[in-house]
Design a protein around this ligand. Structure first.
Ligand code: GDP
Ligand code: MG
Length: 331
């Protein structure tokens, strides 16, 4: 039944799903409980949250096992966003990482040549985007930490092989395998109330090996496949020849749905060196919050440059900002 949960609840729920330690989980659950409306319709959910808190409290009491190497199930985020490269064996995930980042993964023509996550930074214009290369997802065997990394990434990149048969089937099998571990891939990044155990993750498709024989035919088939086209944005590339890698970088940036916002102190020049990264749809007040939490209380108005229409105009707190805007906050 609809419980009319507020946005704060979903923000806390997202933190809960991405939390790594019992302590982080408990904090997120307590916040979910605190912000949710308390009425008949939410009783069931309240009970569920309380049980979860109790369970994580038990978990937190247990001593960690010593002598066992920690599974690398989380990659510290760096840069403007984190992308996980997801694909069947040999689709070219490691080759993509090698082609556009500073990392040097092992590229091999046999499956399972990648067995640890490896991150690299991809420069895109004035920012860096983090790519994480993973072992393949396959029906035979997938290590569970691979799924944890996908859960925490900002965007899943489904890499398919245009040199192999039926790339549309490759996409569908990745979707199926992730669905089994409660990761639901979607075209958009919006949070949905799918329950606590299911996570919705935005995904895009990269068709690699566009240079291979028959690739053009398979690429056309992939685009024509309604299920895929309606489900995901698609980009064709060749990691080998370098074809469309520039387009792919832009495709990744667009997939992240982020904005680069530059700030400027009144009477000074703007700081064009390091933009603040905010999700699409952010407002001037979100920018103020990103600069300093006190700015929210003290905010009076802002001036904005950019988006062609604006040249220092005064705007209010709920004005939506665009990629590339320069903002001057007045407090
Ligand atoms: N023809 C062609 N081969 C590629 C391309 N990208 C990767 N390969 C080859 O495909 C094989 C698997 O590549 P790899 O990056 O290790 O795949 P991974 O298992 O997904 O990490 C290697 O032999 C690569 O040289 C490409 O764009 N075109
Ligand atoms: Mg690999």
């Amino acid at each position: 039944m609809p419980a009319n949960l507020p946005p704060d609840y979903f923000a806390a729920e997202k933190r809960y799903r991405e939390a790594r330690t019992p302590k982080e989980k408990i904090e997120a659950l307590r916040e979910m409980l605190a912000v949710m409306p308390k009425h008949k319709g939410t009783e069931h959910l309240q009970g569920d949250l309380k049980r979860r808190i109790a369970r994580h409290l038990e978990e937190a009491k247990k001593k960690p096992k010593i002598g066992k190497a920690a599974a690398p199930d989380y990659i510290e985020k760096e840069g403007a966003g984190q992308l996980a490269l997801v694909g069947l064996p040999n689709s070219g995930k490691s080759s993509i990482l090698a082609a556009v980042t500073n990392a040097h993964p092992q590229v091999a023509d046999y499956p399972f040549s990648t067995f640890r996550p490896l991150a690299g930074m991809m420069p895109y214009q004035d920012i860096q985007i983090q790519l994480v290369d993973l072992p393949p997802i396959s029906e035979e065997y997938t290590e569970s930490w691979v799924y944890n990394i996908i859960r925490c990434a900002d965007l899943a990149v489904l890499v398919v092989d245009l040199g192999a048969s039926q790339p549309e089937e490759q996409v569908l099998s990745l979707v199926r395998m992730l669905e089994r571990v409660n990761i639901r891939l979607s075209k958009s990044s919006g949070e949905r109330a799918d329950g606590l155990s299911v996570i919705t993750k935005k995904a895009v498709v990269v068709g690699n090996k566009a240079d291979a024989g028959g690739a053009k035919f398979r690429a056309d088939r992939l685009v024509e496949s309604r299920g895929i086209r309606e489900g995901f944005a698609i980009q064709f590339i060749s990691a080998k020849t370098g074809a469309n890698l520039g387009e792919m970088k832009e495709f990744f940036f667009n997939g992240l749905e982020i904005l680069r916002i530059y700030t400027k102190a009144p009477g000074k020049k703007s700081d064009l060196e390091k933009p603040y990264i905010l999700p699409k749809g952010s407002t001037v007040l979100d920018v103020a919050k990103a600069i300093h939490k006190d700015f929210v209380e003290r905010f009076r108005f802002a001036r904005i440059w950019g988006s062609e229409k604006y040249d220092g105009q005064m705007v209010q707190r709920d004005h939506r900002v665009e990629d590339g805007d320069v903002i001057e906050i007045h407090i």
